[in-house]
Design a protein around this ligand. Structure first.
Ligand code: PEP
Length: 253
């Protein structure tokens, strides 16, 4: 089965609405000169999403959010619901990013609650998993990643799981300039696909896109994407510059 590759940019807490318009315009212009068949997604901060959707009109660029609530509305100060994002024309949402987990106390349980509510609507969730440095050094990568998958994807029905995208992001590689080697990443991607097969069955696992994230740059994207198991990339820092993200998109293909 061929899986359409994805190049997704996680802008984190960067770019005002005005800067968002400029960056999307510049990226859209660069993409006109690049042959690619992959999905291209940018995920700006909440307050820039409306501008982003508008700026992306007439381009191939889709717009995602960086989180979404487990509820449609209510007394949840600081949260934004999937319904609010859908209303703006947002199509994707990142869930369980390691910064949400490590800085803001997100757990597999909260990620799971968010995911199940997102799946009741139309957004495409990108669920992040990945081990910390201590986990890797003590040979616990497999256990940690499998545990995050079991917890984050609990009680998701198989007929909704086929909409999901997963991102393997080793925490020690995010924003550090250290990247997993292609072989290292491919090994964990294969483990993830095996776990997805165990939870949802072979056909869901075969179709699921598993992205790699962690200091992806124009210089290392091509060799990572040589691996069949890597279905695209989730890019932080290097997605904040139109030229470098366009070069990564070209490598994704
Ligand atoms: C990320 O934020 O998901 C990420 C992978 O960041 P960076 O590419 O900067 O390591």
């Amino acid at each position: 089965m061929s899986r359409r590759r994805v190049a997704a940019g996680n802008w984190k807490m960067n770019k005002t609405a005005g800067e968002t318009r400029t960056l999307i315009r510049d990226l859209g212009n660069k993409l006109k000169g690049i042959e690619h068949g992959c999905e291209v997604l940018v995920c700006p901060p909440f307050v820039a999403l409306e501008t982003a959707v508008d700026a992306a009109k007439g381009t191939v660029i889709e717009v995602g959010a960086q989180n979404a609530s487990w509820q449609k509305s209510g007394a949840l100060t600081g949260e934004v619901s999937p319904e609010m994002l859908e209303y703006l024309g947002v199509t994707h949402v990142i869930l369980g990013h390691s910064e949400r987990r490590s800085i803001f106390g997100e757990t597999d349980e909260t990620v799971n609650a968010r995911l199940r509510h997102v799946l009741s609507g139309s957004l495409v969730p990108i669920v992040c998993v990945g081990e910390g440095l201590a986990d890797r050094e003590s040979d616990r990568t497999g256990d940690v990643v499998r545990g995050q998958l079991r917890g984050s994807l609990a009680e998701v029905p198989a007929d909704q799981a086929d909409r999901l995208i997963l991102a393997y992001e080793p925490v020690w590689a995010i924003g550090t300039g250290r990247t997993a080697s292609p072989e290292m990443a491919a090994e964990v991607h294969a483990l993830i696909r095996g776990e997805i097969a165990a939870i949802f069955g072979d056909s869901v696992a075969e179709g699921m896109r598993v992205l790699y994230g962690g200091s992806v740059k124009p210089e290392n994207a091509a060799e990572l994407l040589n691996e069949d198991e890597i279905d695209g990339v989730l890019v932080g820092g290097a997605s904040l510059d139109a030229s470098s993200f366009a070069a990564i998109i070209a490598a994704v293909g």
